[in-house]
Write a protein that binds this ligand. Structure first.
Ligand code: UDP
Length: 240
């Protein structure tokens, strides 16, 4: 595989990554370990935008399934992503990495609002920008938020660090014959409903020609391997 020459990436981490081995919430030791990997990537000269999900705390769909109003539950989910963003900011700052959190839901006591030009300046100065609250609207997920920010910040790739090591043609937990793709086309992902990100996020990446790199962040050192074009991963791109 050729070595990717990314200058600027958007790294999306699922909320569940922050809970480490716990069943819920934030495991600060685990967040510190992931923050160290992000720091190493930044120290190699990469510009990094971060988006973190909220599934370790609250998912709108789960609230709606229990009878809550969906939009209301989604706003709670968005607030969960802000908590995760602050936890990651704290972990990065403890390692001496300058960061800024920008939230799509304004809360000026704790972070900045999303302002693209300001985010641009932060990146130029070597800061990591953590985008919180997804797109700032219910009925979306942080995958869509990640695709949107990757497009507007002109990132070379969207790296999705999650608990599985790529995209499979069937659910590997249920089907022992499931095969992992090395590369796969956006349209195959959409037509076969492959579990990568939600359809709106995949379509936004396709329309803006942003490759999606799916890999397991749970394997120690994997972010560096993936950035070096090594390690286990699946790349979703045009004409794969
Ligand atoms: N959410 C939303 N709009 C957004 C982003 C997130 O309504 O633009 C809500 C939604 O309820 C979602 C929750 O925030 O379930 C947490 O985000 P997500 O499920 O994407 O987190 P992840 O699965 O990545 O941990």
């Amino acid at each position: 595989m050729s070595v990717p020459s990314y200058k600027r990436i958007l790294l999306k981490l699922s909320g569940e990554v922050l809970m480490g081995e716990q069943q819920f919430g934030i495991d600060t030791d685990y967040v510190a370990r992931v923050a160290q990997e992000v720091k190493d990537a930044r120290d190699s000269g990469l510009e990094i935008c971060l988006v973190i999900g909220g599934g370790n705390i609250f998912r709108g769909m789960a609230g709606a399934a229990k009878g809550m109003d969906r939009a209301q539950a989604d706003y709670m989910g968005m607030l969960a992503t802000v908590m995760n963003a602050l936890a990651m900011q704290s972990a990065l700052e403890q390692l001496g990495v300058p960061t800024r959190v920008q939230s799509a839901i304004e809360m000026d006591k704790v972070c900045e609002p999303v302002i693209r030009r300001r985010a641009e300046r932060h990146l130029e100065k070597g800061r990591i920008v953590i985008f919180a609250a997804g797109v700032g609207a219910p009925y979306f997920t942080t995958d869509s938020g990640a695709a949107l920010r990757a497009a507007e910040m002109k990132c070379d790739a969207l790296l999705k660090g999650t608990s599985v090591d790529g995209v499979y043609d069937a659910d590997p937990k249920k089907d022992a014959t499931a095969k992992r793709y090395e590369t796969v086309d956006y349209d195959t992902v959409l037509a076969d409903n492959l579990k990568v990100m939600d359809a709106s996020a995949v379509a936004l990446c396709r329309d803006n020609n942003i490759p999606i790199v799916v890999f397991s962040i749970r394997e120690r050192g994997n972010l560096a391997r993936v950035l070096a074009g090594e390690g286990t991963q699946t790349i979703v791109k045009q004409g794969a």
